[in-house]
Ligand binder design. Structure first.
Ligand code: FAD
Length: 311
């Protein structure tokens, strides 16, 4: 059995594994795809102390750093069930994998990350990282002086539009519904900006490009069915970040958005189970934040172990 079993191998999981292994305790990582979301990222310019890197490079560096330690890395393993210690006869937490095996550990750190909800329209996948973006904090500065659309008029979409309006030349906010759903205070702020247009009752139907980069967005006016085309360089899709926690439903406390509820120490509602990164209620989903919370969770797991009765 492990002392610490980390589920998920993104920045949060890698940090948790390194912090745990440095305590000299038996550490394992089970990850569906080691590296996580950074593997899908191109330019990374906010990884502090590294002015510029690229996702696949950072992903490889995470893996290499973890391998500096005695960590049992189980890549391409998907967790499907968490069995709390209270439900087992040996008092260990169980993680059942898709391949049928069950891993046992005294403590578990959940760091399964999240995924951005996509529009699911032609061109979106083709131009991902070539104008189609999901993270304004990450990619906003790449569109300095350019024209962008933000898809989604909830809080994250309106926040993104306000944020981007300060960087880019022009923002068009596209909302499917007849009205924006963001908090009134955000909507007021949005309306005060001179370089933002808001289009409601609009269904995005296609991302246009020239083979290299995004050149436009097509949307349908849902009131009269007329198609419109916007010429622009960037599209920020803000229609939801989905935590990879479906498999945990009913096992531990999740927020209404499905995020694992943690306290300041990374503790979940289950004893011995900690969590970190994009899968949790931690505000702001970023690499450095995922790493910070992963380290916190590992130190908390260690603290839990040294306070547990000697078996
Ligand atoms: P993730 O990176 O999502 O990793 C989750 C891990 O869990 C993966 O290994 C996954 O395979 C695994 N997993 C999921 N479910 C299971 C399961 N059931 N069983 C086992 N393993 C599982 N942030 C920045 O700070 N700067 C940027 O420039 C930046 N750019 C971005 C660009 C893009 C296109 C995207 C998508 C994100 C970007 N981000 C950026 C956000 C950043 O990538 C995330 O905040 C960060 O990766 C979160 O780390 P994490 O470890 O919590 O989760």
């Amino acid at each position: 059995a492990f002392d610490v079993l980390v589920v998920g191998g993104g920045p949060a999981g890698a940090a948790a594994a390194i912090y745990a292994a440095r305590k000299g305790i038996r550490t394992g990582v089970a990850a569906e795809r080691f590296g996580g979301q950074v593997l899908d990222t191109m330019a990374i310019e906010n990884f502090i102390s590294v002015p510029y890197t690229e996702g696949p490079k950072l992903g490889a560096a995470l893996e290499q750093h973890v391998h500096e330690y005695d960590v049992d890395v189980m890549n391409l393993q998907r967790a499907e069930e968490l069995v709390p210690a209270s439900d087992t006869t040996d008092g260990l937490i169980g993680i059942r994998l898709a391949n049928g095996a069950t891993l046992k550990s005294k403590t578990v750190i959940l760091s399964t990350g999240a995924r951005w909800r996509q529009m699911g329209v032609p061109g979106e996948e083709e131009y991902r990282n070539k104008g189609v973006a999901y993270c304004p904090h990450c990619d906003g500065p790449l569109f300095k002086g350019k024209r962008v659309a933000v898809i989604g008029g909830g809080n994250s979409g309106v926040e993104a539009a306000i944020d981007l309006a300060g960087i880019v030349a022009h923002v068009t906010l596209i909302e499917f519904d007849g009205r924006l759903r963001a908090d009134e205070v955000l909507q007021r702020k949005l309306r005060s900006l001179s370089n933002v247009d808001v289009v409601v009752s609009a269904q995005s139907t296609e991302v246009l490009g020239d083979g290299q980069r995004v050149t436009g967005l097509v949307y349908k006016d849902r009131t009269d069915g007329v198609m419109h085309s916007l010429a622009l360089e960037g599209i920020f899709v803000q229609i939801g970040l989905l935590p990879n926690t479906e498999w945990l439903k009913g096992t531990l406390e999740l927020s209404p958005r499905g995020e694992i509820v943690i306290d300041a120490r990374g503790q979940t509602s289950l004893p011995g189970v900690f969590a970190a990164g994009d899968a949790t209620t931690v505000p702001y989903k970023q690499i450095v934040i995922a790493m910070g919370t992963g380290s916190t969770a590992a130190l908390s797991a260690f603290d839990h172990l040294i306070r547990s009765p000697v078996a």
